[in-house]
Ligand binder design. Sequence first.
Ligand code: F6P
Length: 545
Amino acid sequence: MVDEGFKVWQRVLAQGSRITATSLRVLFDQDLTRGERFSRALGNENDHIFVDFSKQLIDQQALDELLVLAKDLQIIEQFTEMCNGLKINLTEQQAALHTALRADIKTSVIVDGVEVVAEVHSERKALRRFVDAVRSDKKFKKIVNIGIGGSDLGPALIYDALFNNYQSFVECAFVANIDAHEIKSVLSKCVAAETLFVVCSKSFNTVETLSNARIAKQWLAEKLGVDIDSKVLSEHFVVVSAYPDRAAKSGVVAANSFKIWPWVGGRYSISSAMSLAPMLAFGADVFDEFLAGMRAVDDQMQKSPPENNLPLILGLIDVWNCSVLGRTSQAFVPYAHQLKLLPSYLQQLMMESNGKSVQVDGEPTSMRTSPVVWGAVGTNAQHAFFQMLHQGTDVVPVEFIGFAQPTHNEISAHDTLVANMFAQSKALAFGRSLTEIKSENSDDENSQHRVMPGNRPSTTVLASGLTARTLGSLIAMYEHRVFVQGVVFGINSFDQWGVELGKTLATEISSLLTKPAENSQNLRDSQDASTRGLINWYRLHRGNR
Ligand code: F6P
């Protein structure tokens, strides 16, 4: 950060020191309108997505300083530059254009001389034709998505989230892990003639995906009783990739293939053809609704004034919790069983984007960057990790996500679910003091164990129903919060070099595992004492397979 920026940041830190001397109880007592003052609508007002961040340990003065920081860093201007195609992913010399994937057709974004929005829309038309054809043909009743990371978590999240709200035309299954137990288990429930494999890989270099595609192809050939090179197999494969030529070279021959572009990050690819599986399940119109929800939040982020710009404000609060107040983790707890995959999705989105300690200029960061992102659905989580959230030594900001309208008619169960969500945020914020406990039961010898410290921050996101549009808005909101954090941290949120070394080492180690147990020069030279021991132990016990 430059000098002026340094001063602004120091002022934000000073707000952090000031606020830790107060508490949520005091803040709520001081301002009876706090609930209203610290809540906003997400996206379009008519979308009915209400976000209450009044239970965050923040006040107007602190929020104002954070907004000054946003202005000083030109966060919105930088966001607009990203949307316009600036190559902000400097280490890979790429633009980061996930917003172009849902931009209105009239939008002009040019990258390397190409009108990308026009290209996106033409690819979407081709996708729609394919989706409509598969759905009317009715040959395929099962879709197996093969992909990992962003090529799995996005489509799986959409499918799971919308399954109860929309009629699913086909059943989808998702295979990611190179642990073949996963694909074997999925294939055991498939009928070959009725199964379509969607192989998603931006790079088409990913070992997990290549291995699972190979297993799927072999299984299909065996079940259909055809040769492994038979053309019949290609009818059961669709490829989604930025490098479709690599698919064929790796043995995945597909009758249909759809493209994504090098300027779409894997974890930002949910609005692309990577979501073909849920598109086949629910239809292209439902996916268009999902994109419209994202677009509403893209607009809000670009156009609304900072004090009403919810994605910006929430991103700043994320920075506040992590880098100012020093919170090392952040939990996401959807009180909606259909969103059970959301914590995993957010883990990749947030931790792969911002889990870095070198700034864009190559210098080490001076502030804490990505928190550990975790979570699970409520109320299940209440019976697992909430004890720690309420009384543990670490303070974990929590994000609650809930809905007013369930898709079932068990209204009393739903009311209880939502009551639990509200109760948890209340208990976290206000706790229960020793005095309060004693006033209820002065003879209780274990009173001190029942003290709830409170002052634990949370945000609550409430929407009317889990529609495709709402889901799109939520995902776009999280994407933009990650962007805001990345700018403040001064890092590139769009590369992921940290995952590369492990991949290279795995290739090297793979070649050593099948040799007989030994302490050869090669093994001694290439491996440390621990890894050598592990390799030898594995070699001894794997048997001669
Ligand atoms: O984990 C690294 C990563 O590159 C992710 O960013 C990506 O979503 C995943 O692997 C899968 O990559 P691909 O789509 O290229 O197979």
